[in-house]
Design a protein around this ligand. Structure first.
Ligand code: R5P
Length: 315
């Protein structure tokens, strides 16, 4: 791609976009994003992008629906301004959990969002730790799914792991949890949700599979939304004798009362990333936030110069 990188940011995570721009040694391109009194969003670019390689940084959280609409309008603006190539960088892809028709008469919203991004005019999507990798296939344009796995592992490797085990509270995450266990050379344990009783009067209980007695348990997850899953997992691990609990996760959705619940959960440390901007009131003392700006800036540089992205991960 000729010309320079034109980096734009929506309003969902301006701090991350600025950090990416700083690492690339460029400025963020000027753009006005205005909410009209009738809630319509209006976008205006400050400079020409004709024929240029444009990137938009916009996780689709918080304010999921507004963030998505804002992203779509930004893509449309760049397309109509004749940008040469438009890459959307969506560090957190909302609606990822609605990715299949697992009951009658329900939508597949993850696909709908992919269709809207494509129809708006994006040429390429870059994202991090999708809820399900198959969502990549919902796009008919190139979709690079990156991962915070290496970032989280490198941080955890700095700790004394001599007595640690990896735990997962979500059997759907078991394969990824195994990757953590292998990378850190630790045993893998599970918190399993069991349903018992007859239809209409079933009860749910948690059981632990594996030895966690006197262990430092590291729960790994893709996201924390309400905190319900990890807080009950931390609880049952401690009931089974865990001496400490850490939680490492990529996306800090931290919806509703999640922060309060996590603050009271007796967890030693929560380790996450800045795919989603965490407002100051949600920065609890035991929360460590690792930045994905290094990863994203390097990937943007590689896309711009046509260099392999897979090589970054030794692929
Ligand atoms: C579920 O499939 C995910 O991997 C997480 O377990 C889930 O998003 C966490 O949600 P919450 O924090 O609301 O329990």
């Amino acid at each position: 791609m000729t010309g320079s990188i034109k980096l734009f940011s929506g309003r969902a995570n301006l701090a991350l976009a600025q950090e990416i721009a700083d690492r690339l040694g460029i400025g963020l391109c000027g753009v006005d994003i205005i909410d009209f009194p009738n809630e319509n969003i209006f976008v205006r670019l400050h400079q020409s992008v004709r024929g240029q390689d444009a990137y938009i940084i916009q996780p689709t959280y918080p304010q999921v629906n507004r963030s998505i609409m804002e992203l779509l309008i930004m893509i449309d603006t760049l397309k109509r301004a004749s940008a040469g190539q438009i890459t959307v960088v969506v560090p957190y892809y909302a609606y990822g959990r609605t990715d299949k028709k697992d009951q009658p008469r329900v939508p597949i919203t993850a696909r709908l969002v992919a269709d809207m991004i494509t129809t708006a005019g994006a040429d390429r999507v870059v994202t991090i730790d999708l809820h399900a990798g198959q969502i990549q296939g919902f796009f008919n344009i190139p979709a690079d799914e990156l991962t915070a796995f290496h970032l989280l592992c490198d941080y955890l490797k700095e700790k004394d792991l001599s007595n640690a085990v990896i735990s997962t509270a979500d059997l759907g995450f078991a394969k990824k949890a195994r990757n953590y266990a292998e990378a850190l050379d630790l045993p893998l344990t599970f918190v399993e949700k069991r349903r018992s009783g007859r239809k209409g009067s079933t009860t749910e209980s948690l059981t632990v599979i594996g030895d966690v007695e006197d262990k430092d348990c590291i729960i790994v997850e893709d996201e924390i939304a309400t905190g319900g899953t990890v807080v009950s997992a931390a609880d049952i691990l401690k009931q089974h004798g865990a001496r400490s609990v850490y939680i490492a996760f990529t996306h800090p959705v931290l919806a509703g009362q999640a922060t309060e619940r996590l603050a009271e959960a007796g967890v030693t440390e929560l380790i996450t990333t800045n795919t989603i901007q965490i407002p100051p009131e949600k920065h609890i003392p035991n929360l460590t936030v690792l930045s994905v700006a290094g990863l994203l800036s390097e990937v943007i540089r590689r896309i711009h110069y046509g260099i392999s992205v897979g090589e970054l991960f030794g692929e």
